[in-house]
Design a protein around this ligand. Structure first.
Ligand code: CP
Length: 309
């Protein structure tokens, strides 16, 4: 009942047994969350610090909720109101955390590798809540939990990740995790948003979204990062929607059931039609619900505690 690593830095190389254990444990915590009092004393006496150097809504709130549901003491840090603005380095921030005897650190950072760096400088367990364009392991775990609930298994499931693959940590973590669990993964998007290295990943790449829809059981639709649009990756948001946007018309043309996921935040009407995001095809809010259970599972399993209740 323990993970093979004391940190969760990414899903690349994480064994199937670890992912299975996290998903099974998350299912137990989902039951806890449905109780009249959705709280257990599992992490009583443990201190968790949430270090968010980048904006977040879902990940940050769900980590904080998960920690409170496990009765941990939590401390929140945001870069905009911290000594980072006065030039403090990540290493110094880490040393200060260490001095305060924190047990678990959750970190989101714009630099790929920041959680790995931290894990080498603190005794606490480190959880990556998204590092640059690298990985976002708890997002992929909650995506896998949602798909396992929907389909019963991940084995043989065909998941097409659509959109800005080049800039997406969600895409990388999903690719690693899903393939380990026996799913098939394909990538789809404009050539400018598929990284050159994707050719080496050994997965189908579709440049035509209708072909991806025809292939897939599930579309994991990524956010178009409008802040990067200035670099001219595609002519306009309107053209992106016309060529790559997931629309009801496109799904109806495919003539088969399909599940729509999105990690959020959604650009409604750009990568995904607004009505589809709220439709019978969508499991987007199930993903958010499962985020709390998955993060409870990761916190619990890394803490070394031996009883859920
Ligand atoms: N999915 C996700 O990481 O969303 P946030 O940026 O709001 O945390």
């Amino acid at each position: 009942m323990s993970l093979s690593s004391r940190h969760l830095l990414g899903l690349q190389g994480v064994p199937r047994e670890d992912i299975q254990l996290i998903l099974d444990t998350a299912q137990t915590f989902k039951e806890v969350l449905q109780r009249p009092i959705p709280k257990v004393p599992t992490l009583r006496g443990k201190t968790v610090v949430n270090l968010f150097f980048e904006p977040s809504t879902r990940t940050r709130i769900s980590f904080e909720l998960a920690e409170k549901r496990l009765s941990a003491d939590t401390v929140n840090f945001t870069a905009s109101s911290s000594s980072v603005l006065k030039g403090e380095t990540l290493r110094d921030t880490a040393r200060n955390i260490e001095a305060m005897k924190v047990d678990i650190v959750v970190i989101r950072h714009s630099a790929a590798g920041a959680p790995h760096f931290l894990s080498r400088h603190v005794r606490a367990n480190v959880i990556n809540a998204g590092d640059g364009r690298h990985e976002h392991p708890t997002q992929a775990l909650l995506d896998m939990m949602t798909l396992r609930e929907k389909f019963g298994t991940l084995e043989g499931l065909r998941v097409a990740i659509v959109g800005d693959i080049a800039n997406s940590r969600v895409a990388r973590s999903n690719l690693y995790g899903l393939r380990t669990m026996g799913a098939e993964v394909a990538l789809c998007g404009p050539r400018t948003l598929i990284p050159a290295e994707a050719e080496l990943w050994g997965v189908p790449i579709f440049y035509d979204v209708d072909q991806a829809i025809a292939w897939a059981d599930v579309l994991n639709v990524l956010r178009i990062q409008r802040e990067r649009q200035a670099r001219g990756y595609f002519p306009s948001l309107r053209e992106y929607h016309m060529r790559w946007g997931i629309t009801r018309k496109r799904l109806e043309k495919a003539g088969k059931p399909i599940v729509i996921m999105h990690p959020g935040p959604i650009n409604r009407g750009i990568e995904l039609d607004s009505d589809l995001a709220d439709s019978e095809f969508s499991v987007i809010l199930d993903q958010v619900t499962n985020g709390v259970a998955v993060r409870m599972a990761v916190l619990y399993l890394l803490s070394g505690e031996t009883s859920v209740d």
